[in-house]
Structures are given as structure tokens and as C-alpha cells.
Design a protein around this ligand. Structure first.
Ligand SMILES: C[S@@+](CC[C@H](N)C(=O)[O-])C[C@H]1O[C@@H](n2cnc3c(N)ncnc32)[C@H](O)[C@@H]1O
Length: 348
């Protein structure tokens, strides 16, 4: 548990609640699926992963079919995407011979689950992104950045205060606001995150990881494809949220028993990439992206040989991925690459 009396900034609190080796949510549970706390797109339907696989294959072709190609999955969860990706690759022997798939995962518990599920000579687990030495390299993350802790600030009378959580006797007592260090205020300014009022969310750690990714892309050639829920215009509000058994949970309750996430600021990621000469495409919704890749046509082909029940299940799942009120609109897709000549598949 949280120790008797402590005060933690939001990011340190999330880090502990999710990844602490003893009490951390991702260290203890397999959170995915019906029995877990939430379901992600690769678990809703393998069609999602198949479409991403088709996109990756097309990207590799566009690069001129390099005979060495690194594919890095950021935060593979229970390994569902990678499993489907490896299955699809069997139909593309030329790429299968060329690609090394690196799984970048922090949770020892999830690495075990991934290793049980995936048995493929192309797949390697890495502890640090510095282990990627050969390019071109493509990074892919589904719901990765939403699980990397953020800092929160509040603006009051033009002053910026960092938000902390105060615990007493191991239980949440109240929020505490402290003056922000000058060095952090400078970073918020540089990132154009300062506003007149409201909440500022600063993904300090996420940007650190993105910076490493950018350096790899610059050095080795390649790109990054991200799918996540989030917004594309300034939010100025508190987007932290928590789910337990598919229901909303107050994020400072059931610590270590529930997931904690936030909405990804795609506008910020886009600007951050652009400033460092990794050029983003226009951000599109998950529904737009998957439809452009032919997910509906693929479902139609598959459904021809299906029973009525199988067909309804397939279309129910498709609706969850594409529906305006489901994942279709809230989830966004971002691709950025060091090559100014755009690779636009799925984006126009
Ligand atoms: C919300 S889950 C998404 C899982 C998977 N991509 C999916 O779509 O089902 C976030 C994943 O990112 C991993 N993760 C979070 N922070 C990480 C970090 N700093 N380094 C590596 N993996 C991390 C988590 O352990 C988990 O596997």
C-alpha cells in the first residue's frame, strides 16, 4: 500500500499505483479482457491488428523493401497485436526474413504473459530503446502513451501550482498545490502549454520517451505510428480517469487495483515531433484510418463463410472499433516520419 503519510506529485503517484513492483497494478494483474478491467482494440477484434499489419507491410514496401527492418511495439500489453502480426507475416515471407520485432515492455508480469502467448523467431524483448541498432525502424504503440504518467498543474491568479496527493494513514486525504519550479515553468512555456486558467497536463515522461524515439528515427530512418484516445485541440482540463471491472473508479481509490489513464494531447505530440524534424501526417480518427485500410471490405469477405451468430459477433465488434460513440472518433491515429515525402496510406 501507499505508506502511512506521504505527499506525491500526480506523476509519481501514478507511477507507483501502476508500476511499483509490489503494489503496482501492472505488476499484479492481467488487466485485459472480459475478466480484467478494460478491453483494447486488438482484443476487440483481430481485424484491428490485421489492418495495422497491412499498413506496416505497405510502409516497408514504400521504403523499398529493406532487408533489415526493425519494428518496435511500445507497451504490447498481453501480446494480442503481436500474435496477429506474426500470423499475418507468415504470408509475407520476404518481410518475415527481413524484420526483427522488438517488444518494449515495462511490466515483468506482462512480459511473462507475452512470452507465453508468442513463440516466434522474429520476436525479441527489449528493456531499453537504446537496444535498437538497425534501421529503418518503425515504432508502433496502441494505447501506449495514455499509460505513461503525467504531471498536473493548476493555474490560479496567473500563478502555476503543481498538484500533489496527500495521504494519511495510507488513505487519500486531499490535494495539495505547491509552487512550480522555474525550470518546469520554462518547459511548459516552451511547449506552449501555459494557459490563463484551468488545468495543465504535462506528459514529462512520455515526451522523454518520444524524444528517444525521435533520435532513433533520425539516426536509423523510419517513423512512428500511434493509436490512442485523446484530443487534438487544447483541453485545459483534468483528463485523468480510472477503470475497475469496466466501471469508472476514482483514481486515488483502489490504488494498485485499478488502471489509471488520461487523454493523450495529440496536438502536443504533433508539435513536439514537428519541431524535431519528424514530420507528422494529419491526425485522423481510428474509424477513418481503419476504413481507409479496408476493414469493412475485409469483414464482408470473412462474413461470407460465417454462421448468423458469428456474423453478428463480427459486426458488433466492428461497431465497437468504428462507431462514433464507441472508439471510432475518440481514438486518434498519428504517423510521423523523418521523410518529408508523406506516406499517406490510411490518412487521406
Ligand atoms: C494500456 S496498455 C496497452 C496494451 C496494448 N498495446 C493493447 O493495445 O492492448 C499499456 C502498455 O504499455 C506498457 N507500458 C507503460 N509504460 C511503459 C514504459 N515506460 N515502458 C514500457 N512499457 C510501458 C504497459 O505495461 C502496458 O503493456
Amino acid at each position: 500500500m501507499i505508506s502511512q503519510n506521504e505527499i506525491q506529485p500526480v506523476d509519481k503517484f501514478i507511477e507507483k499505483a501502476l508500476y511499483d513492483k509490489k503494489i503496482g497494478y501492472y505488476s499484479k494483474f492481467n488487466p485485459f479482457g472480459k475478466k480484467g478491467d478494460f478491453v483494447t482494440a486488438p482484443l476487440i477484434s483481430p481485424l484491428f491488428s490485421e489492418m495495422i499489419a497491412v499498413w506496416v507491410i505497405s510502409f516497408w514496401i514504400k521504403l523499398g523493401k529493406p532487408n533489415k527492418f526493425s519494428f518496435v511495439e511500445l507497451g504490447p500489453g498481453n501480446g494480442a497485436f503481436c500474435k496477429t502480426f506474426c500470423r499475418v507475416l507468415k504470408n509475407f515471407p520476404e518481410l518475415k526474413r527481413s524484420v526483427k520485432i522488438y517488444l518494449f515492455e515495462k511490466s515483468a508480469k506482462l512480459i511473462k504473459i507475452q512470452k507465453n502467448l508468442i513463440n516466434d523467431e522474429n520476436v525479441f524483448w527489449i528493456k531499453s530503446l537504446s537496444e535498437i541498432k538497425t534501421g529503418p525502424v518503425l515504432f508502433f504503440g496502441n494505447e501506449f502513451f495514455d499509460s505513461v504518467p503525467i504531471k498536473q498543474f493548476e493555474v490560479r491568479k496567473s500563478k502555476i501550482y503543481e498538484k500533489f496527493l496527500k495521504f494519511e494513514k495510507g488513505k487519500f486525504k486531499k490535494f495539495v498545490f505547491k509552487k512550480t519550479q522555474k525550470s518546469i515553468i520554462k518547459k511548459l512555456k516552451d511547449l506552449n502549454l501555459i494557459r490563463k486558467r484551468g488545468v495543465i497536463e504535462y506528459p514529462q515522461k512520455g515526451l522523454k520517451i518520444l524524444d528517444l524515439i525521435i533520435k532513433k528515427i533520425q539516426k536509423l530512418n523510419g517513423g512512428i505510428l500511434l493509436v490512442d484516445y485523446g484530443y487534438t485541440t487544447a483541453a485545459g482540463k483534468d483528463t485523468l480517469q480510472s477503470l475497475k471491472s469496466h466501471k469508472r473508479n476514482i483514481y486515488y481509490e483502489n490504488i494498485g487495483q485499478a488502471d489509471i489513464t488520461y487523454l493523450v494531447n495529440f496536438h502536443l505530440l504533433k508539435k513536439f515531433l514537428f519541431k524535431r524534424q519528424v514530420f507528422p501526417n494529419k491526425i485522423v480518427s481510428q474509424s477513418f484510418f481503419l476504413k481507409k485500410l479496408g476493414i469493412i471490405e475485409r469483414a464482408e469477405i470473412l462474413s461470407k463463410k460465417m454462421s448468423f451468430n458469428e456474423k453478428s459477433d463480427l459486426y458488433y465488434r466492428l461497431e465497437r472499433l468504428l462507431g462514433e460513440k464507441k472508439m471510432g472518433r475518440l481514438f486518434k491515429v498519428l504517423f510521423a516520419s523523418n521523410n518529408k515525402k508523406k506516406f499517406n496510406l490510411g490518412f487521406k
